[in-house]
Design a protein around this ligand. Structure first.
Ligand code: NAD
Length: 487
C-alpha cells in the first residue's frame, strides 16, 4: 500500500499522523496519507508565504505563469489514464466519468494559462488635473479547500486562477479523496522541477483540524472553499476570528429541475435522471427536486421509474457501469438515513435502500431512489448528496417558480419547455447562479459557476473566477505642480 507525505516546498514532508484512504467500491484501504496537525499546515503556509513575499515567483511575468499552466495541463493530459483510474479508485465514480473530469481538468488549466496575460486594470476619468488607473495584483497566499466529489477537477478550478493571478497556494484536498492531488504534486515534482519551491503545496488531513488551521492561519490571505453549507459557515467564523482574509465559497444546493407538459417526454425524463443521478448524485448542482407539471405527472413518473431500472450499478472500473458506490461508509449511512426519513414522510417510487453488487459486497452502493412529496418534506429541503430525487407536481408557471425558489439554496436550476417565452420568464424569475434551459449539468470553464443565497459567495471559472484571486489597487497621480493652497 502506498504511503504519502505532505508536499511542501517541492519536497515530501512527514505529517504528525497517518490516515488510511479507502476504496469505496470494496471498503478496503488503498493508501496511507499524512494526518496533518496545525503545525504541519503552518509549515506549508510559511513556505507559500516565503515564496510569495521573497521568491522568484513574485517577479514572474504573466506570460511565464501562463506557459507554466499550459505545461501543467500537458502533464495532466499525458497522465490522464492513470489519473482517471486513481480518481475512480478513490471516489467510486465510474471510470468513464473520471475520464471526463480529467479532460476538464486539462481544459481548465489551459483556460487559465491563456487568461494569465489578459489581466488588465483600467484608466479612470477622474476630474482635476490627474491620472487615475487601477493595477490588478495577486491577493497573496491562497488556501484551496476542496471537497471529495470532483477532487482533481475542483482543485484545478482554484489552482488555475490562483497561479495565473500570481498567488502561491496551499491545497487541502478532502480527507476521503487526496490521491489525485498528491499524484499531481508528484508529477509536477518530476516533470516541472523548476516550479519555484513554495508555490504549490499540499497538506492532507481532517477538515476540522487541517482545514480549520488553514482558514485561521494569519499567513493566508485568501480561502477558496468548496464544500457543504454548514462547513462554509464554519469557514466564515474562522475568517472573522483571524485576519479577515478574503473568502470565496462554493456551497451546497437543492436545485429544481422543472418540466412543463409541452417538453418532449423522452428527452425530459432523460434530463431528469441525468440531472440527479450522474456521479451517484454527489453533485452540488444535482437536480434533486424534479418539478413536473401535473398534466403529465403520471406518465412522466412512470417513465422515470422505468428508465431508473436501466441504471447499472457495478464495478466503477467497468465501462458499462453507470453508477458506482457513494464515497465513504459515513456518507453511505447518512444517505441511508435520508432514505428512512423519506419512507416516513413521502411516497417511495423506486429504489429506497442499499444495493447489492456481486463481487463488491462491502462497497457503499445505494439504489437510485425516487420519492414523491411536496416541497416541505425534509428530503425536499435538505441536501442529500446521493442518488435520491424528490418529485413534486405543480399546476402552472407561477406555482413552479414559487416552489423552485422556496429553498435556502440558489446554486442552479433548469427549465424544460418548447415555449421559449415561458422558459425566459422562468430564467428571469429563478434565484440561482446557473440556469439551464432544456438541459441540465453542462459546465464550461468559459462560464461562471457559483450560487445565490446560501449556495455561496463569489464565482469560479470564467473571467469572474480570476478576480477572486486579485486585489485592485487604485493609483492616483497628481499632474498639477501647484501647491494645494488649503492652509
Ligand atoms: P465538507 O464541507 O464536509 O468538506 C469540504 C472540504 O472542507 C474538505 O476538504 C474538508 O476537509 C474541509 N473541511 C471540513 N471541515 C472544515 C472546517 N471546519 N474548516 C475548514 N475546512 C473544513 O463537504 P464534502 O462533504 O467534502 O462535500 C460535499 C459538499 O460540497 C456538498 O454540500 C456540495 O454541495 C458541496 N459542493 C459544492 C460545489 C459548488 O461548486 N458549489 C461543488 C462541489 C461540492
Amino acid at each position: 500500500m502506498k504511503s504519502h507525505e505532505n508536499y511542501i516546498q517541492n519536497e515530501w514532508v512527514a505529517g504528525a499522523g497517518a490516515r488510511e484512504v479507502i476504496d469505496p467500491a470494496t471498503g478496503a484501504p488503498i493508501a496511507v496519507v499524512a494526518e496533518s496537525s496545525r503545525e504541519d499546515v503552518e509549515r506549508a503556509v510559511a513556505a507559500a508565504r516565503e515564496a510569495f513575499d521573497h521568491g522568484p515567483w513574485r517577479r514572474s511575468t504573466a506570460l511565464e505563469r501562463g506557459r507554466l499552466l499550459f505545461r501543467m495541463a500537458a502533464v495532466v493530459g499525458r497522465h490522464a489514464a492513470e489519473l482517471a483510474e486513481l480518481e475512480t479508485r478513490n471516489t467510486g465514480k465510474p471510470l468513464v466519468e473520471s475520464e471526463v473530469d480529467i479532460a476538464d481538468t486539462v481544459t481548465c488549466l489551459e483556460y487559465f494559462g491563456g487568461l494569465a496575460t489578459k489581466v488588465q486594470g483600467s484608466t479612470l476619468p477622474v476630474p482635476d488635473n490627474a491620472l487615475n488607473f487601477t493595477l490588478k495584483e495577486p491577493v497573496g497566499v491562497a488556501g484551496l479547500i476542496v471537497p471529495w466529489n470532483y477532487p482533481l477537477m475542483l482543485l484545478a478550478w482554484k489552482l488555475g486562477p490562483a497561479l495565473a493571478a500570481g498567488c502561491t497556494v496551499v491545497a487541502k484536498p478532502a480527507e476521503q479523496t487526496p490521491l489525485t492531488t498528491l499524484a499531481f504534486a508528484r508529477l509536477l515534482q518530476e516533470e516541472i522541477p523548476e516550479l519555484p519551491p513554495g508555490v504549490f503545496n499540499v497538506v492532507t488531513g481532517d477538515g476540522p483540524v487541517a482545514g480549520r488551521a488553514l482558514v485561521e492561519s494569519m499567513g493566508v490571505d485568501k480561502i477558496a472553499f468548496t464544500g457543504g453549507t454548514e462547513t462554509g459557515r464554519e469557514v466564515l467564523r474562522g475568517v472573522a476570528a483571524s485576519n479577515l482574509k478574503k473568502v470565496s465559497l462554493e456551497l451546497g444546493g437543492k436545485s429544481p429541475n422543472i418540466f412543463f407538459a409541452d417538453a418532449d417526454l423522452d428527452a425530459a425524463t432523460d434530463g431528469a435522471l441525468f440531472g440527479v443521478f450522474i456521479n451517484q448524485g454527489e453533485v452540488c448542482s444535482a437536480g434533486s427536486r424534479v418539478l413536473i407539471q401535473q398534466d403529465v405527472y403520471g406518465p412522466f413518473l412512470d417513465l422515470m421509474r422505468e428508465k431508473t431500472q436501466r441504471i447499472t450499478l457495478g464495478d466503477p472500473m467497468a465501462r458499462d457501469t453507470k453508477m458506482g458506490p457513494v464515497v465513504s461508509a459515513e456518507h453511505f449511512e447518512r444517505v441511508l438515513g435520508f432514505l428512512e426519513t423519506g419512507k416516513k414522510e413521502a411516497k417511495l417510487v423506486a429504489g429506497g435502500g442499499a444495493a447489492r453488487v456481486p463481487g463488491f459486497e462491502k462497497g457503499y452502493f445505494i439504489q437510485p431512489t425516487i420519492f414523491e412529496s411536496d416541497n416541505q418534506a425534509r428530503i425536499a429541503r435538505e441536501e442529500i448528496f446521493g442518488p435520491v430525487v424528490t418529485c413534486i407536481p405543480f399546476k402552472d408557471e407561477e406555482e413552479a417558480l414559487a416552489i423552485a425558489n422556496d429553498t435556502p439554496y440558489g446554486l442552479a436550476a433548469a427549465v424544460w419547455s418548447r415555449d421559449i417565452y415561458k422558459c425566459l420568464r422562468l430564467v428571469k424569475g429563478l434565484r440561482a447562479g446557473i440556469v439551464w434551459v432544456n438541459t441540465m449539468q453542462p459546465c464550461y470553464v468559459e462560464a461562471p459557476w457559483g450560487g445565490y443565497k446560501q449556495s455561496g459567495h463569489g464565482r469560479e471559472m470564467s473571467l469572474h473566477g480570476i478576480e477572486e484571486f486579485l486585489e485592485v489597487k487604485q493609483v492616483h497621480i497628481n499632474l498639477s505642480e501647484a501647491p494645494i493652497g488649503w492652509y
